[in-house]
Design a protein around this ligand. Structure first.
Ligand SMILES: *Cc1c(COP(=O)(O)O)cnc(C)c1O
Length: 391
């Protein structure tokens, strides 16, 4: 693969799932200005929409793609505000920060919701979704997180989709950190709409997200939205009519994204990307485990997107220092987001391969040595917490 960024040139790898490390080609694509009304830019927007629907498997033309300015959360809010009727009710499935953010969004919208909160990392299961839907006929929609990036767990979307469809309700998915690598195909899943953004598995730069939704859902969403700028029906209707975004588009970001989509296709599409990210994860996890580190999750729940590790028990270990030592070696890592035990995270996505991941492991080993940490084994309390998960 060409054009991996070179940290020797002073740019560290971002082992953080969005923003992430992008290719030189993607960065270069931003070096020219575009008129938002111009035919060339409108063609780029059309290309983006068409390619994303292709990745989603929409061969029947039942779905459409609506890009929207802002970060991923803007798209989640737009999806909830545009597709959930004002008298609708959402079952929010949370097991981390992004599920809780969706619930908070519902609270801001002032629309009804029920929350199933599984804590830091337990997966919401199909059976409990079925039970919750049977117990409350007022629920119209289910909101699920595909990969919950705060722990790295890959949630069981197929069984959640099955339970939702069985109960005759509509499924909305936050596939922000999964789409473009982890399978999400509208031919295999009964899904009303899902969202992702430019700066995750497609490996673009941040600045917009996109919603892929059934055309009938988009058409029926008129007048639902609480917000002018986040009204997906209006954005869609304008794009359909004029080929333009309603308000100033992030032109350079879109140009970079067109290049990122080209490279995604050249690599072999979502299956090839999944294979590379999986190799990244497997290489990195095996190396970290050899140093004594332990993952929060059992292998069956580990996503190829980001992995949570327990901090070592050794009192010489301090995460802020570990972070700086890793950065000195060219790698930006992520603090953990668990509420109960100390942890940190390492991302597997972005423009890098397993040779880079081997260097990450070496950097971790050297950083531990610099700190005088003899063993990366986590405290017994962390392992007890993990035993809870298995139970
Ligand atoms: C990145 C991400 C988001 C969006 O976060 P922003 O900071 O608004 O881009 C939402 N959900 C998940 C699961 C994510 O990984």
């Amino acid at each position: 693969m060409t054009a991996f960024p070179d940290p020797e040139l002073g740019e560290p790898y971002l082992l953080t799932p969005g923003p992430l490390t992008t290719s030189a080609e993607v960065k270069q694509a931003m070096l020219r200005d575009w008129g938002s009304w111009d035919g060339d830019f409108r063609a780029m927007t059309a290309e983006v929409r068409r390619r994303l629907l292709e990745i989603a498997g929409d061969t029947a033309g039942a779905y459409d793609c609506v890009p929207l300015q802002g970060s991923g959360s803007y798209c989640v809010e737009a999806m909830l505000g545009s597709f959930v009727p004002r008298d609708g009710k959402v079952l929010v499935l949370a097991n981390g920060a992004y599920g809780l953010r969706a619930a908070e969004t519902m609270r801001y919208l002032g629309r009804a919701f029920t929350l199933i909160d599984k804590g830091d990392y337990l997966p919401p299961r199909g059976a409990e979704v079925a039970q919750a839907l049977a117990a409350d006929p007022a629920i119209t929609h289910v909101l699920a997180i595909h990969c919950e990036t705060s722990s790295g767990i890959l949630n069981p979307i197929p069984e959640i989709a099955e339970a939702t469809a069985q109960a005759g309700r509509k499924l909305l998915i936050d596939s922000m950190s999964a789409f473009g690598a982890v399978p999400l195909d509208v031919r295999d899943l009964q899904v009303e709409a899902f969202v992702s953004s430019a700066n995750k598995c497609i490996e673009g730069v941040p600045g917009f997200g996109f919603v892929i939704a059934r055309k009938e859902t988009l058409a029926g969403a008129k007048g639902n939205s609480h917000s002018l700028a986040l009204d997906l029906h209006a954005q869609w209707a304008t794009m359909e009519k004029t080929g333009q975004w309603r308000y100033t588009p992030p032109t350079h970001v879109v140009a970079a994204f067109v290049k990122a989509l080209e490279m995604h296709r050249a690599e072999g599409g979502a299956p090839a990307r999944l294979a590379r990210y999986t190799r990244n994860r497997d290489t990195m996890v095996a190396g970290m485990r050899a140093l004594g580190f332990e993952t929060l999750l059992a292998d069956s729940w580990l996503s190829p997107i980001i992995v949570t590790f327990f901090c070592p028990a050794d009192p010489a270990f301090a995460f802020p220092r570990f972070y700086e030592l890793m950065k000195d070696r060219g790698f930006i890592i992520y603090p953990g987001k668990l509420t109960v035990v100390d942890s940190f995270r390492i991302g597997c996505i972005g423009r890098m391969d397993d040779t880079v991941m081997n260097r990450v492991v070496t950097a971790a080993q050297q950083s531990l040595a610099d700190m005088g940490v003899a063993s990366a084994v986590p405290p017994a309390s962390a392992l007890a917490e993990r035993a809870n998960l298995a139970a």
